[in-house]
Design a binder for this molecule. Structure first.
Ligand SMILES: Cc1cc2nc3c(=O)[nH]c(=O)nc-3n(C[C@H](O)[C@H](O)[C@H](O)COP(=O)(O)OP(=O)(O)OC[C@H]3O[C@@H](n4cnc5c(N)ncnc54)[C@H](O)[C@@H]3O)c2cc1C
Length: 416
């Protein structure tokens, strides 16, 4: 393909141009990978651009699991009711319905790609997570995000799609019958890429937000949110951008575990939150915002504890988890804590909420299209599916369900 060199008016640096795709996906977390695989399988020529390496993302850090209604007493409708209740009726009911009704088929799709969910008694090992009325959380040990992103990445890498690592999106402009994306490469060169359809899958902004606030965050350093800003500058609409979520159980001690998200499955398997007097002060399996607020309130009332380095905390009584459940569903967490000199099965651990997730984001419809024609969004960058308060385990699900939808719809748009 012909490459020409022009000048980028914004930076006056040389811009290399001339590359084009049917579908250009921005971001290589679970949502971007799902979109790229789907677009390719729908017959599109796909480019997958990402800020640093393909492996660098929040998705791979996800431990707890992914929700889907497989239990005998469960259904997609009950799952959707839980989403609406946890969101305090702020979620878009149509997006919640898509999320929950496609959850079982999304799980089967991931299995076809090689993800092996933990099983017991001939079925999936299901846990009940915060805000859920049924046991619905599937897990791959406690490395669920790692397993999902690896399978998706392997699937994409096995196909003919192009990878553009170390391409940070800096601008998006409408072009004749498509969009032009400008990237800054690792070598500082600017590159322009044309695509008939774009999928924005660049995640949230909690790492940057925590830095600004001087707080801890569970997020990967690439979670800085500039792609949301770029989309807004291009004219996209957003919702609930002010609604950021605290993970109730950030690690508070030892210092090497500060910012680590203690999997919510610890509470699903029996751990409870205790104040300084050893009393349970909240429903440990309540919705995330309620549990985080209860911890903040308990500490404000002077009923918290202090970590050895003087940070506020409460105790998470992980001693109540059975060794069998811990070995099957929390092996990574156990290894991390024991490596740091603390055995969570022998003593309670210190915890305090940490900045974790961007609930809001770009407005999308059921096909994951934003308010900009030909620009799709999926995963944490998109808003509406969880309203102002996401349930645990519904983000990896959203990445898979809406990533697939975005990839397919973008391919249809680009190739018809
Ligand atoms: C520690 C942790 C544990 C979690 N546990 C769970 C869980 O158990 N279950 C669950 O459902 N959810 C969980 N979550 C939430 C969930 O993992 C994320 O919300 C979700 O995976 C986000 O996926 P994504 O594809 O939208 O974004 P990400 O996975 O964050 O990927 C974003 C991608 O965009 C790239 N990018 C960013 N900016 C640019 C740019 N300017 N140009 C190009 N590329 C860019 C990044 O490098 C990255 O590749 C957890 C999150 C964390 C941090």
């Amino acid at each position: 393909m012909m490459m020409t060199e022009i000048r980028n008016s914004a930076s006056m640096r040389p811009v290399r141009t001339g590359v084009s795709f049917d579908v250009l996906v921005i971001g290589s977390g679970a949502s971007g990978l799902a979109a790229a695989v789907s677009a390719e399988r729908a017959g599109a020529r796909v480019g997958l651009a990402t800020k640093t390496t393909l492996q660098a993302c929040n998705s791979a850090k996800a431990q707890g699991g992914i929700q889907a209604a497989f239990g005998d007493d469960d259904s997609p409708e009950i799952h959707a009711e839980d989403v609406m209740r946890s969101s305090h009726d702020t979620a878009n009911p149509r997006l919640a319905e898509v999320l929950t009704s496609e959850a079982p088929s999304a799980i089967h799709w991931l299995e076809e790609l090689g993800v092996e969910f933990t099983r017991s008694n001939g079925g999936y090992r299901l846990a009940r997570c915060g805000g859920a009325s049924r046991k619905r959380l599937l897990q791959v040990g406690d490395r669920t995000g790692h397993a999902i992103t690896k399978a998706l990445r392997d699937a994409y890498e096995a196909g003919p799609g192009t990878e553009l690592p170390h391409h940070a999106l800096v601008e998006l402009r409408p072009a004749e019958s498509g969009w032009t994306a400008t990237f800054r490469r690792k070598d500082e060169e600017a590159v322009e890429v044309f695509a008939r359809a774009i999928v924005l899958a660049a995640g949230g902004r909690c790492y940057a937000e925590a830095e600004t606030r001087g707080e801890l965050s569970t997020n990967h350093p690439n979670a800085t949110g500039e792609v949301t800003r770029i989309a807004l500058e291009a004219g996209a609409e957003a919702r609930d951008l002010d609604a950021l979520q605290y993970h109730p159980n950030g690690g508070a001690w030892p210092d090497t575990m500060q910012g680590y998200s203690i999997p919510e499955t610890t509470r699903a398997y029996g751990a409870v939150l205790l104040n300084a007097d050893g009393e349970e002060f909240t429903d440990s399996l309540g919705p995330r915002d309620a549990v985080s607020q209860a911890i903040f309130d308990e500490v404000d009332k002077g009923k918290g504890v202090l970590t050895p380095d003087g940070r506020p905390a409460v105790r998470l009584d992980t001693v109540r988890i059975s060794p069998e459940d811990a070995e099957i569903s929390l092996p990574y967490m156990l290894r991390r804590y024991r490596g740091a000199g603390i055995d969570p099965l022998a003593e309670p651990i210190f915890t305090y909420p940490v900045l974790h997730y961007q609930n809001g984001g770009l407005v999308i419809d059921e096909r994951a299209e934003t308010t900009l024609e030909g620009v799709f969004a999926c995963g944490e960058i998109a808003g509406g599916t969880h309203g102002r308060n996401r349930m645990m385990g519904n983000s990896l699900l959203e990445c898979t369900v809406f990533g697939r939808r975005a990839g397919k719809a973008a391919a249809e748009r680009a190739t018809t």
